[in-house]
Structures are given as C-alpha cells and as structure tokens.
Design a protein around this ligand. Structure first.
Ligand SMILES: CSCC[C@H](NC=O)C(=O)O
Length: 136
C-alpha cells in the first residue's frame, strides 16, 4: 500500500526500534511508497511513512531492496556532498563514505554482510541516518 510521507520533525528525530519478521507489511508499504515516488526519491526509511522501525529500502537501478536492522560495520574514503530528502524542503552538505560494509537482515530475516560503493553506499548511509533520527 502506498503511504503518506511523514514530515513531522519530532517523529523523524526518534531512534527507530529493531524490526522483526512481523513487520513484513511495512516492508511492502515502504517498497510501494518508494516506487510511487521514484521520480524524486532513491531510498526511504520506515519512519518516513510513520513507522518507527529499523527498515530501509534502497533503489539500485531497476531493483529496490529492503534492509532490516542495518548497521555499518566498516567505512572508508570520506567525501563531502550535498543531499536532499523527501521529508525536507532544503538540501544540506554532509560527509559520506565511498566504501561501506553493511550487516543487515534481508526480507526473509537471513543475516547478510555486504560491501557497497559509490551512490548506493551514499543512499544507504542517508537512510541509516534516518533510523538514528538524523536528518541531513
Ligand atoms: C543520495 S541520498 C538521498 C536519499 C533520499 N531519500 C530520503 O530518505 C532521496 O532523495 O531519495
């Protein structure tokens, strides 16, 4: 189901709680909502649809993939960039890392560890910030 985008700064600045296998409907809704906003959005965190759970979805080419309870366990090659966000009206300068290793659970709740580089790594960092209540 496509959900409304949350713009409430108080809600968005909370730290999200751990996701469980019972949260699969949130994953579906997040993927639907990302797809509906594809023209202006490449990633979303669950709190952006009003669900305070550690779930993100990221668009990589034609593929949108969910990550549950993601954690960056390694980061390298910092750089400065400017980002916007569907939940905000302004853009901000921020530091990102070109190379990251992420530990997460996939939709079947299987533990994964994967390395990401470049733009997709940037999206993941932006969305994980959302889970920690950090808006760029
Ligand atoms: C380049 S990272 C920007 C990610 C942002 N998503 C919002 O959470 C978006 O504009 O899709």
């Amino acid at each position: 189901m496509i959900r409304e985008i949350n713009h409430d700064p108080k809600f968005l600045s909370q730290k999200a709680v751990l996701a469980t296998p019972k949260d699969d409907q949130i994953v579906t809704d997040l993927l639907d909502t990302l797809q509906a906003n594809q023209a202006r959005c490449v990633g979303m965190a669950a709190n952006m649809i009003g669900e305070n759970k550690q779930i993100i979805v990221c668009q990589m080419g034609p593929l949108a993939f969910p990550m549950l309870n993601p954690k960056i366990i390694k980061k390298a090659r910092p750089y400065t960039t400017t980002e916007g966000c569907l939940s905000l009206t302004t853009t901000t300068e921020t530091t990102r890392y070109d190379l990251i290793t992420v530990q997460y659970f996939d939709r079947t709740f299987t533990k994964q560890k994967q390395e990401f580089q470049g733009f997709i790594a940037q999206i993941i960092q932006h969305e994980i910030d959302h889970l920690n209540g950090i808006l760029i």
